[in-house]
Design a protein around this ligand. Structure first.
Ligand SMILES: [Zn+2]
Ligand SMILES: [Zn+2]
Length: 137
């Protein structure tokens, strides 16, 4: 697992992965955290940076301008890029106000589907499709 993670990223040194504990499909940060609980990592000779942002750019490429990386899987200190979203401050506000879909399913983790910058509920989508199929019969 560790070897795979490293080969996925030329940017992040072994020191980074030494601070990651893989739990189920989450990557839990065990290193330094800022006062606000944000996982932080200091790249050689540079300022401390958000470990989520570093992992994101290593696996998904540059973070779009004006966006920052936030965790949406709900696991404390998880830094896995697939558990995070790059959002604008405005989108992050919506995210915080709306942790669940209209039906009360959690808009996080495996149930969260991100499409065109919108957060969708997988459970609802599946059920809507099933209902649409049933209606056609
Ligand atoms: Zn996670
Ligand atoms: Zn739902």
């Amino acid at each position: 697992m560790t070897a795979y993670l490293i080969s996925g990223s030329q940017l992040l040194p072994q020191r980074f992965w030494d601070r990651v504990a893989v739990a189920d499909h989450h990557w839990v940060w065990t290193g330094y955290t800022a006062d606000n609980g944000r996982p932080m990592f200091e790249l050689e000779g540079r300022r401390r940076r958000n470990a989520r942002a570093l992992a994101w750019s290593a696996f998904k490429g540059p973070i779009p301008a004006g966006h920052y990386v936030v965790n949406v899987c709900g696991t404390d200190l998880c830094i896995r890029p697939d558990c995070c979203l790059a959002v604008t401050p405005a989108e992050n506000g919506i995210l915080r106000r709306q942790p669940m879909c209209n039906m009360g399913h959690p808009l996080s983790g495996d149930n969260l589907l991100v499409s065109c910058g919108k957060r969708l509920c997988r459970t609802c989508r599946r059920e809507n499709k099933r209902a649409a199929r049933a209606a056609r019969r």
